[in-house]
Design a protein around this ligand. Structure first.
Ligand code: SME
Length: 161
């Protein structure tokens, strides 16, 4: 497998575009979903310097913490709770420019200011988990992040099959 990433482009969209085929190549060599999610979390952190990036996976009526990069985080989130639980319940990406303005936001870190959570869905649209990215800056995510993280979520869904 490739043991390093090539990250040359400057804009965020270009960097995501450069990263996605490398992530596809990375996971194509490995069948274990945890190993693949661990490398994807690391690659996203390397590419964008995210404050916190990781996965929560559906287990019964809760999301359970999966591979991540960043500070220790809450391990279980009920369906419908917080930004992650809302992304699961609505099966839709949640873009949160100011976490303090999001009712029920779960503050794993007091430094977190904005957040994006993207559902990982199977072919039937059932949510298998979420990708959660946090920033210590307000309003740090936009539609470019949503679009590309949704493509990465599709890749992760294939790993979870
Ligand atoms: N803030 C999230 C909880 C997970 S941590 O950010 C890692 C939420 O409200 O669901």
């Amino acid at each position: 497998m490739a043991e390093h990433l090539i990250l040359s482009h400057i804009t965020k969209a270009e960097r995501y575009a450069e990263l996605l085929p490398q992530l596809k190549a990375l996971v194509s060599y490995e069948r274990n979903a945890v190993a693949n999610m661990a490398n994807i979390a690391s690659a996203l952190r390397m590419a964008f310097g995210f404050f916190w990036v990781g996965f929560y996976l559906v287990e019964g009526q809760e999301l359970v913490l999966g591979p991540f990069q960043g500070d220790i985080a809450c391990t279980r989130i009920p369906c419908g709770r917080g930004v992650c639980g809302t992304a699961w319940a609505k099966a839709a990406t949640q873009l949160v420019p100011d976490v303090e303005a999001f009712p029920g936001h779960i503050a794993c870190s007091s430094s977190s200011r904005s957040e994006i959570v993207v559902p990982i869905k199977d072919a039937q649209g059932q949510v298998l988990g979420v990708i959660d990215v946090d920033s210590d800056q307000l309003d740090d995510f936009d539609e470019v992040d949503a679009l590309h993280l949704e493509a990465i979520a599709e890749l992760v869904a294939q790993c979870l099959r």
